[in-house]
Design a protein. Structure first.
Length: 142
């Protein structure tokens, strides 16, 4: 795998963690409606974990000599932040499932980059754990 291909895959991972739905809600100062504290707590924890993972991925991009490209938030997020918490939770689950598929693709692309693969696999494990947390939160708020 070429260095530029490795950097491109790592930057995609970086963007997925920096520009996720929970990070969007965090960055825009979203606050829950007061009745769904578990949702706000879960979103906050996911956003914090993603920020830490993004820092690790960014260091790896730099170690490979690349420039950071963390993308932009999807425009569709701008229509969602003022909706009900339980609806946002359902959307977060859908976005997390999409994120897992995209991270899996990055992991596959990084199979021939042994210095980058462990972080990509950890990123995938983290994303799967976040999906479980989001799904558990549905049960806690029902």
């Amino acid at each position: 795998m070429s260095n530029s291909d490795t950097i491109a895959a790592l930057n995609e991972l970086l963007a997925l963690h920096v520009r996720s739905f929970p990070r969007y809600l965090h960055d825009t100062g979203w606050s829950h409606d007061g009745r769904c504290d578990p949702i706000a707590e879960t979103f906050g924890q996911v956003a914090a974990d993603q920020a830490q993972m993004a820092q690790r991925i960014a260091r790896l991009v730099r170690a490979f000599g690349g420039d950071l490209d963390d993308g932009e938030f999807p425009m569709e997020f701008t229509e969602l932040h003022d909706l009900a918490s339980d609806y946002l939770l359902q959307r977060a689950i859908e976005y997390q499932q999409e994120m897992i598929a995209r991270i899996s693709s990055c992991v596959d692309r990084l199979r021939l980059a042994p210095a980058a693969l462990p972080v990509a696999e950890e990123s995938l494990g983290l994303a799967k754990g976040h999906l479980e947390s989001l799904q558990e939160t549905v049960g806690a708020t029902a």
